[in-house]
Design a binder for this molecule. Structure first.
Ligand SMILES: [Zn+2]
Length: 399
């Protein structure tokens, strides 16, 4: 047997087919792929060896919902909100998503890349080896394309895999004020074909909400996206029940995200269509929401639950998945292992990558994290202590 890297004596926790815990495992890696998992040492010469000393080895974490490419700073807006300013007041003073769109349109590729690189590096430092990144702060062809190119480039300059998502239908830009239909038509006819031709995204996402786009507009977009072979996913039921999640699931969405106002009776539709429920506890916390997603109904219907940072300047500036796991446990009542499953195999399912990543199994990519503890509870219990010790990306030790 050939192997480039052997991880010896690791405590492996992974949600594979059997939800296995391997005590004292030996993981053999060849050409970036997991080639053998054994509880005994196999003598192979020439391979790099790492003694895990009984510490925890997990799949690299997967952040399946982020908006980390943007310009501008909304920390002052946070301070205004703390003083009681409403969204309308903030918008009047030039804040909100409008300010991010303005700054992102103005920013150069270099500026966008350097700020997003710092965010992605911080994610990596906390164990994230795959990150989904959405556009959606350009709201015109030029800037949406610029954002997606920057997102994709991060995967070349950092040892992190990037899954780019086109979110042109995020908000109605000022050029289409009071004409959301016209904007959706513009996206479908002038922007989507360019994103497809230049292979700039694998999924199309949108924001279905009474302050954004309605289900008719979303359906039109998704039918066009499916024709161009994009996966689809949706920001749904965050502030009100628009039945966006049901529409998206019926059209084959890989995930529906947020879901605070999802009607419990709609959980079965997600289950029937293998649609992952992506919960975003950072936004729930930061916006001081009180309406909880229908967690128990999702579980009763066996809907896979993923957890992500939703990292964005307005409602969840956070970058650490262990912090999100903690919040998912505290706010949403998930168990530690449910939260772990939410940032590994179920996050991979939300990105349609569960055949390649998300668990430690033969034939999967060797994206792994070695933690400085043997107890997964530690990582979730105190996310301000970074237990991430070593990261292996594509079979190469990078830290
Ligand atoms: Zn989002």
């Amino acid at each position: 047997m050939h192997s480039d890297l052997i991880l010896e004596n690791a405590k492996v926790i992974t949600f594979d087919e059997n939800e296995t815990v391997h005590e004292k495992a030996y993981i053999y890696i060849s050409d970036g792929i997991i080639s053998e998992i054994s509880n005994k040492k196999i003598n192979i010469s020439g391979a790099q060896k790492i003694d895990a000393k009984g510490q925890l080895l997990t799949p690299g974490l997967i952040d399946c919902h982020t908006h980390i490419v943007y310009a501008g700073n909304r920390a002052n807006e946070f301070a205004m909100r703390l003083k009681g300013a409403s969204y309308a007041e903030i918008a009047q003073q030039g804040g909100g998503i409008v300010s991010t769109v303005k700054a992102t349109r103005k920013a150069s590729v270099g500026e966008l890349t350097s700020s997003a690189k710092l965010r992605a590096q911080t994610m990596l430092d906390h164990g994230t080896t795959t990150v989904e990144i959405k556009s959606g702060y350009g709201l015109n062809l030029e800037t949406e394309v610029k954002m997606l190119r920057v997102a994709k480039s991060l995967g070349k300059i950092l040892p992190i895999s990037v899954v780019p998502t086109f979110l042109g239908v995020h908000a109605v830009p000022k050029e289409y004020k009071n004409n959301a239909d016209g904007y959706v038509d513009y996206i479908i006819t002038e922007v989507l074909p360019v994103i497809a031709n230049e292979n700039l995204a694998t999924s199309v996402d949108a924001f279905c909400e009474n302050i954004a786009f309605n289900v008719q507009q979303i359906e039109k977009l998704f039918l066009a996206a499916k024709k161009l072979k994009f996966n689809i996913k949706l920001h749904a039921e965050q502030l009100t029940d628009q039945k966006g999640a049901v529409l998206a699931a019926r059209l084959g969405a890989k995930s529906v995200d947020h879901l605070e106002y999802l009607n419990p009776t709609d959980c079965s539709v997600l289950a029937q269509n293998n649609t992952v429920a992506v919960l975003l506890p950072g936004a729930f916390y930061f916006l001081k929401e009180t309406q909880l997603p229908p967690i128990q109904d999702l579980k009763d219907n066996n809907v896979p639950i993923a957890i992500a940072t939703d990292s964005n300047p307005g409602s969840s500036p956070f970058l650490s998945l262990p912090l999100m796991m903690n919040m998912a446990c505290v706010y949403f009542g998930l168990s530690i292992m449910e939260s772990f499953k939410g940032v590994t195999i179920n996050a991979a399912r939300a990105l349609d990558l569960n055949k390649q990543i998300g668990s430690i199994e033969l034939g999967k990519k060797a994206d792994l994290v070695l933690w400085s503890t043997d107890n997964i509870n530690d990582i979730v219990y105190n996310p301000t202590f970074n237990y991430c010790d070593s990261i292996i990306k594509n079979g190469i030790v990078i830290t």
